[in-house]
Design a protein around this ligand. Structure first.
Ligand code: HEC
Ligand code: HEC
Ligand code: HEC
Ligand code: HEC
Length: 243
């Protein structure tokens, strides 16, 4: 939970509001306990409706997520803008829909290990390069829409840095051949995920494993850490690894 550097205070205020409001409502209910059972029932119904309406504060989607920069000093009230633009986008990149953010030029140190089966890990490509354009800590967050002189950089554990040797490998091909050669991986062409499709359809991008295999930048699934599949009980890991 310590990850919510900026959001944490907001979430805490929201939680406190909710607590205060439910205390007030509970007091009203207690006062009415002497009243008719129907009155009591109505008040409980009102309380349940009220509680349900609070769910809006933890809704899926960018708004209120770690990628909602509208409350930041450097941000903009247009929440898509730090990443996308309808016009004059950077069309030089692959898998970068209407991209608006300055991209990283870092040459990364890649993951390697003697037990690794894949031989296709290369410099981050596709949408992973877009993530690293904020998450490697070399490009300022507000460097979008042509700005190149920003001064706010990603910090703490959100900054993966320029070495990816200590991160799960990305930007490599994960196919049936790799699964067979490795022995400890499910076949991405046939094994299904909790999202309903195959690993290939649900988690790979052009047959490759990328940051976006595990994360959803738009917080569509509303899991902690913007994960596509919750990692409770290592569920995410066990979607691909047959361990
Ligand atoms: C923090 C950066 C970021 C923000 C903010 C953001 N996006 Fe994206 N978006 C991306 C990245 C990266 C991709 C490509 C990778 C992917 O789809 O996971 C993408 C892909 C897309 C795509 C194409 C793929 C798809 O998911 O349909 C659409 C459409 C899109 N974004 C719309 C939006 C809209 C609309 C907003 C604002 C409400 C928004 N995005 C906010 C980073 C962002
Ligand atoms: C415009 C810059 C930008 C881009 C592009 C971007 N991020 Fe982020 N991301 C951030 C910032 C800033 C934070 C930290 C926000 C905070 O301090 O709460 C963050 C937070 C996160 C978190 C932590 C969420 C949490 O709840 O703890 C994850 C995971 C993440 N980003 C993944 C990605 C992935 C994957 C991509 C690409 C598909 C991506 N980001 C693209 C700026 C960006
Ligand atoms: C194989 C799955 C996987 C891939 C690929 C992956 N992540 Fe993550 N990431 C996770 C999980 C799981 C967590 C939550 C870790 C935790 O709670 O301890 C996480 C956490 C994060 C966080 C929150 C800070 C932290 O360290 O806990 C950020 C930021 C992040 N990832 C960004 C990225 C970026 C950028 C990429 C691509 C360069 C990426 N991730 C690739 C699974 C993945
Ligand atoms: C989308 C599928 C997928 C998910 C989800 C995933 N992995 Fe992986 N992981 C792979 C593939 C494919 C490799 C490459 C294996 C190889 O070539 O040896 C890999 C590599 C690794 C390696 C390096 C193996 C080595 O021999 O050096 C470790 C460790 C690992 N994953 C752990 C995890 C953990 C922990 C999680 C959950 C946080 C996770 N993975 C989630 C597909 C996935």
């Amino acid at each position: 939970m310590e990850k919510y550097i900026v959001q944490k205070p907001i979430n805490e205020i929201m939680l406190n509001c909710k607590k205060q409001l439910s205390i007030i409502i509970n007091k009203i209910i207690v006062k009415q306990i002497e009243g008719s059972p129907m009155k009591k029932l109505c008040l409980w119904a009102a309380f349940i409706l009220f509680a349900a309406s609070q769910i809006v504060w933890s809704q899926a989607g960018i708004t209120g997520s770690a990628h909602d920069f509208s409350g930041q000093g450097w941000g903009t009230t247009e929440i898509c803008q730090p990443c996308h633009t309808p016009h004059n986008a950077d069309a030089s990149l692959t898998d970068a829909p209407l991209w608006n953010h300055q991209t990283t030029t870092t040459t990364f140190t890649l993951y390697s290990s003697s037990t690794l089966t894949t031989t296709t890990i290369g410099q981050p490509d596709g949408s992973s390069k877009l993530c690293l354009s904020c998450h490697d800590g070399t490009v300022a967050l507000e460097n979008f829409g042509g700005t190149t002189t920003g001064t706010h950089f990603i910090s703490g554990e959100h900054n993966l840095g320029v070495t990816l040797a200590n991160d799960h490998p990305i930007s490599f091909i994960y196919n049936t051949a790799l699964a067979t050669a490795d022995g400890g991986l499910f076949d991405p062409a046939t094994h299904t995920t909790s999202l309903g499709g195959t690993i290939n359809n649900d988690l790979l991008i052009g047959g490759k494993l990328q940051c976006a295999s595990c994360h959803d930048v738009h917080n569509h699934y509303n899991n902690p850490s913007l994960l596509k599949i919750s990692n409770n009980g290592s569920m995410l890991c066990l979607t691909c690894h047959n361990k």
